[in-house]
Design a protein around this ligand. Structure first.
Ligand code: SAH
Length: 459
């Protein structure tokens, strides 16, 4: 024990001058003190900074900038540190160009370090013309601060809520709606949730807005089903915010990080909103996944379809299909589409979405992709092209083997996590599916999240 302590060259509360030499995948600056890494918020490679050591771990520590000795040309001068501290916009101290370069390098690092794929070209990231206020959905905790109900965000790695009015990357109309909702909740004395003893009523407010339709949905996540004055509150919300066409309640009694339970109640209006994506119409329920950056989702889908070079004779699978958006976007171009998704409400939306767009050559199935694929294989379904768009944990090995057994000519992989993406590309390469290029797309400007799409071809 003593020995390891001796090897750590820094101590808590010490100040020292360091040079930032790298980024973590979360966008923290990295400095090395005799090979011991320090992770530092709001610091960019090339900068020399005076830091205060906050935390000393066995393998790495955390520090905070007190002073900049030299500043990077990639730094934005005017910043709001609460956006970094809460993790809302952890990259917002960097110019947008630097953010895009950071993301391209993240993908390159994962491919070369995790997957040992050195022959894959990573293209420059497709960014947004206006990289602010893009989120069409908000999930905002409601807590008591100084005796008052407040909405905001947690300070990173803590349970302290920071009250926020300008969420910076959300659709401005969602920010405006949150102010109205907060005032109405206060007026009716709705008790904010208290994590410490699992008491109080309202835990989270979720707001979703159609980018092209402006239709809005509000979801109150509450601890108990009983929500006093809900009728009067809904009436006031609808009067103040005419774009609200759906007010839902989700009852989540558990003390948990899982935002939504399975229990939904429709308090007023419809149970869904409508929006458009690449000129197709979609119905979106509270429980369904929907891309949070509508304009970039269009860029992503167009790129994915372009990579697949679809033909009228193609049979296509849309795996991890959500409400069917990828499959429906391309159904007109091909013979047949099969979609699979694990959330039953999303598949319900997907089926209605196919009808709304008068698409008849598409079939959807509820289930885990890794379970449904072997069944489809047994049934003799032979896709030429498979689209996959899994959550952050990536693809199951059993899914990868089942997809390879279907012998598609092409697999188009859409990924929101370059680390699992790289791991999966390596396994596909072993099984004969090769990637020559990866196209990252910036779906989440100001944050460290990286979306990518790639074509895998059978050799
Ligand atoms: N392609 C869609 C959804 C992508 S998000 C779109 O672009 O909107 C990933 C989706 O995978 C989510 O809808 C999630 O519910 C679903 N999912 C997660 N695990 C799954 C699994 N094992 N099998 C099938 N779908 C899964």
């Amino acid at each position: 024990m003593k020995k390891t302590n001796k090897e750590i060259p820094v101590t808590k509360n010490e100040t020292l001058e360091v040079e930032i030499v790298d980024f973590t995948h979360e966008g923290l600056g990295v400095a090395k003190v005799e090979r011991y890494p320090l992770f530092i918020e709001n610091a960019i490679p090339g900068e020399v900074v005076e830091v205060l050591i906050l935390k000393v771990g066995k393998k790495f520590g955390f520090a905070k900038v007190l002073n900049w000795v030299t500043k990077s040309p990639d730094r934005v001068e005017e910043i709001d540190e609460s956006l970094i501290r809460t993790g809302i916009a952890p990259l917002h101290h960097m110019t947008y160009e630097r953010q895009l370069l950071f993301k391209q390098q993240q993908v390159e690092n994962c491919l070369t370090k995790i997957a040992k794929l050195t022959n894959v070209e990573v293209l420059p990231v497709l960014g947004m013309a206006d990289p602010l206020h893009y989120r069409n959905k908000a999930q905002i905790p409601v807590r008591k601060i100084d005796g008052e109900l407040e909405v905001g965000f947690y300070r990173k790695n803590s349970h302290d809520l920071v009250a926020i009015n300008d969420f910076y990357i959300q659709d401005k109309k969602i920010d405006d709606a949150l102010v109205v909702i907060k005032d109405i909740l206060k007026k009716y004395h709705v008790k904010p949730y208290n994590e410490a003893d699992n008491s109080g009523t309202i835990k989270t407010v979720m707001v979703r807005k159609g980018h092209f339709t402006n239709q809005m949905m509000i979801v109150f996540v509450t601890r108990k089903k009983k929500l006093f004055n809900s009728e009067a509150m809904c009436k006031e919300i609808e009067e103040a915010l005419p774009e609200v066409i759906s007010i839902m309640q989700n009852v989540q009694p558990e003390k948990t990080n899982v935002l939504l339970s399975d229990e939904f109640v429709c308090l007023s209006g419809k149970e869904y909103i409508i929006d458009y994506l690449l000129e197709k119409e979609y119905r979106i329920s509270a429980r369904s996944f929907y891309q949070i950056n509508t304009l970039q989702a269009e860029v992503l889908y167009q790129k994915a379809m372009e990579l697949a070079t679809l033909k009228p004779t193609d049979v296509v699978i849309d795996a991890y299909c959500g409400i069917g958006t990828i499959g429906i976007s391309l159904a007109d171009k091909v013979k047949k589409v099969y979609g699979v998704e694990v959330i039953k409400e999303a598949i319900n939306d997907a089926k209605i979405n196919a009808e709304l767009n008068e698409i008849e050559n598409i079939e959807f199935k509820v289930g885990k992709a890794e379970v449904v694929f072997p069944q489809w294989l047994e049934k003799g379904i032979k896709p030429n092209v498979i689209f996959v768009d899994p959550p952050r944990k990536g693809l199951d090995e059993s899914f990868i083997t089942a997809s390879v057994e279907m012998k598609p000519k092409k697999i188009v992989y859409v990924s929101c996590n370059p680390a699992t993406f790289a791991r999966d590309l390596a396994l596909y390469a072993e099984l004969g599916y090769h990637t020559s290029q990866v196209q990252p797309i910036d779906m989440f400007p100001q944050t460290s999240h990286v979306e990518s799409v790639a074509l895998l071809e059978r050799r």
